[in-house]
Design a protein around this ligand. Structure first.
Ligand code: SF4
Length: 74
């Protein structure tokens, strides 16, 4: 269960381009963070890699290949 602190917590995302299978769920969910590269058919970052934790957890959960992960900030 998320605490209030978790909800307002910003986390850093990582993207494994080798694992990406180009489904595009990430771009649909977070178009300011991810874009599906038309030539390579893999997702790339387009801006900041930070997201609020609840949104980050959703995009991680919806990625079918496990290419997106949360890198905890230190
Ligand atoms: S949701 Fe995952 S597999 Fe689909 S394009 Fe994004 S990173 Fe790639």
């Amino acid at each position: 269960m998320s605490t209030e602190a978790d909800v307002n917590d910003t986390v850093l995302l990582t993207l494994d381009s080798e694992a990406c299978i180009g489904v595009g769920q990430c771009e649909l969910l977070e178009p300011t963070v991810f874009r599906l590269d038309d030539d390579e058919n893999i997702s790339v970052f387009v801006g900041e890699r930070d997201l609020l934790r609840p949104r980050a957890e959703i995009v991680v959960d919806k990625c079918p290949s496990g290419a997106i992960q949360i890198a905890e900030k230190t």
